[in-house]
Design a protein around this ligand. Structure first.
Ligand code: AHR
Length: 496
């Protein structure tokens, strides 16, 4: 088969919601504490307790939305413990994640200050599992009510006169598991009840997100959509890639760096499985919401490996390699290509936890290959998706076929066409002829992230081992490109 890519720059397919490039920060391991928050008295340069280096690095990603405080932590978080003078804040045990003391120094005010620094929309996840309707309702009142009320007054006493704008609110997390081990019918009823008291105050219109299925639990989606669609704006879906030596899965995650060729292929095949999940969940959502009003919110996704040897097993600290970069690139292409239903996605998690953007060691900080993919792909945020057809070789793992090359394309406001391509083949490059239709081509440039080693990664000693460089593997003849994507590469082309 001849490998061919066709781009139709004049065939628009709707906006790629910038929130697909969202992030997630939980009170887990060293994500919040040490990652974002070091406290005002730290010797690490900070602004009101938040690390300057981290904020500077993350600003370059244009993070559109940040989910907090969990995850599983959300369903045991009591927000009132995290407001007021820090010395009076309750200390609690973080039972899910390492059994460590949570001193509540990073609470609502600190999170919303962080969002302000990053210029990102907050997405707050409320507590259904161990919380009350009153507690959730009062949190929304505390943050968003502009007037005289017990919670608005309390907020003012704590130094915040004006309400914040909080658009995205999750009503529980993984309520089929750590969020209460519920059955879908029961959660659907609780969802209906809790969300009733998540009020819109003034102009603050809340986008309510219901706790959705685990991976391929289609029955959960069916029940939630059937019973509660009219009360939700979004339905969350969680899916992690686990590729271990014994077939992979939650109990066989495999090492982040010390993995086999087999585990590389398994990881790619499992990443492509995201497409099937979206399509099958979408079919159910379409039945109850044919207008596609309700967003599929992929608010936890990523490659979840074993923790690094010698680190706290409850902290989920893992390294991040070129393999993770490919997983990110393919996943983002899939989300882009399902922009009719996927309105948000939040990779887990921003710093030091699972598939991070950033790793820290005291005052040191490094950017991961996944960070670089987010930086390269940010051109797709809120851009018009355009038609892209890729005819590539197929690869096979465990009897399941998947394309050697994944891609997505969009047109920015200034007319630039951005095409992101991932060659997931660990051994072979991919040669293509690319037809650029529906545009006059005057200039093409490209960036590439790749390495000859499957587990190439950045360390505190070699922070720039894996970083994007200019891509020159193409020749242009009018509107036709001859292109060679190296093995294990993520490429973004900008065509003007
Ligand atoms: O991201 C880590 C955990 O994975 C989250 O807390 C939970 O929601 C999921 O199971």
């Amino acid at each position: 088969m001849s490998n061919k890519i066709v781009v139709n720059a004049d065939v628009g397919q709707g906006t790629i919601n910038k929130n697909i490039y969202g992030h997630f920060a939980e009170h887990l391991g060293r994500c919040i504490y040490e990652g974002f928050w070091v406290g005002e008295d730290s010797s690490i340069p900070n602004t009101n307790g938040i690390r300057n280096d981290v904020v500077d690095a993350l600003k370059k990603l244009n993070i559109p939305v940040l989910r907090w405080p969990g995850g599983c932590f959300a369903d045991e978080y009591h927000w009132k413990d995290g407001i007021g003078p820090k010395e009076n804040r309750k200390r609690m045990v973080n039972t899910h994640w390492g059994g460590v003391i949570e001193n509540n120094h990073f609470g609502t005010h600190e999170f919303l200050m962080l969002c302000d620094m990053l210029d990102t929309e907050p997405y707050i996840n409320g507590n259904v599992g161990s919380g009350t309707v009153q507690e959730m309702s009062e949190w929304v009142e505390y943050m968003t009510f502009n007037g005289e009320s017990p919670m608005a007054n309390l907020r003012k006493e704590n130094g915040q006169e004006e309400p914040w704008a909080v658009k995205y609110f999750g009503v529980g997390n993984e309520n089929w598991g750590c969020g209460g081990n519920m059955r879908p019918q029961y959660y659907a009823d609780l969802y209906r009840r809790f969300q009733t008291y998540v009020r819109n105050y003034g102009d603050n219109k809340i986008y309510r997100i219901a706790g959705g299925p685990n991976v391929d639990d289609y029955n959960w989606t069916e029940v939630l959509m059937r019973e509660a669609a009219e009360y939700m704006d979004g339905l969350s879906v969680h899916y992690y890639v686990h590729a271990g030596p014994n077939g992979g899965g939650f109990w066989d995650k495999g090492s982040a760096l010390d993995f086999s060729e087999n585990e590389w292929d398994m990881a790619m095949q499992k990443t492509y499985h995201t497409e099937e999940l979206i399509e099958k969940h979408s079919t159910i959502m379409d039945k109850y919401d044919p207008e596609k009003r309700i967003g599929m919110i992929f608010d936890e996704w990523g490659a979840w490996h074993d923790v690094e040897p010698g680190t706290n097993p409850g902290f989920l600290y893992q390294q991040n390699s070129v393999r993770d970069a490919l997983i990110a690139g393919v996943s983002l292409n899939i989300f882009n290509n399902h922009n009719d239903r996927v309105q948000m996605a939040n990779i887990a998690q921003t710093i030091n936890v699972i598939q991070s953007m950033i790793l820290t060691d005291k005052e040191k900080m490094i950017l991961t290959p996944t960070y670089h993919v987010f930086e390269m792909y940010k051109v797709h945020q809120d851009a018009e998706r355009i038609h892209l057809d890729i005819q590539s070789e197929t690869l096979k793992f465990d009897g399941k076929e998947f394309p050697q090359v994944s891609g997505s394309a969009s047109k920015a406001n200034d007319g630039t066409v951005n095409i992101s391509l991932c060659n997931v083949d660990k051994d072979n490059s991919a040669k293509f002829t690319m037809d650029l239709r529906g545009m006059d081509v005057s200039d093409i440039s490209g960036r590439i992230l790749t390495d000859s080693k499957m587990n190439a990664h950045n360390t505190f000693e070699q922070p720039d081992n894996v970083a994007p460089t200019n891509f020159t593997g193409f020749t242009v003849k009018e509107n036709e490109l001859e292109l060679e994507l190296p093995a294990k590469s993520v490429v973004v082309l900008a065509v003007k």
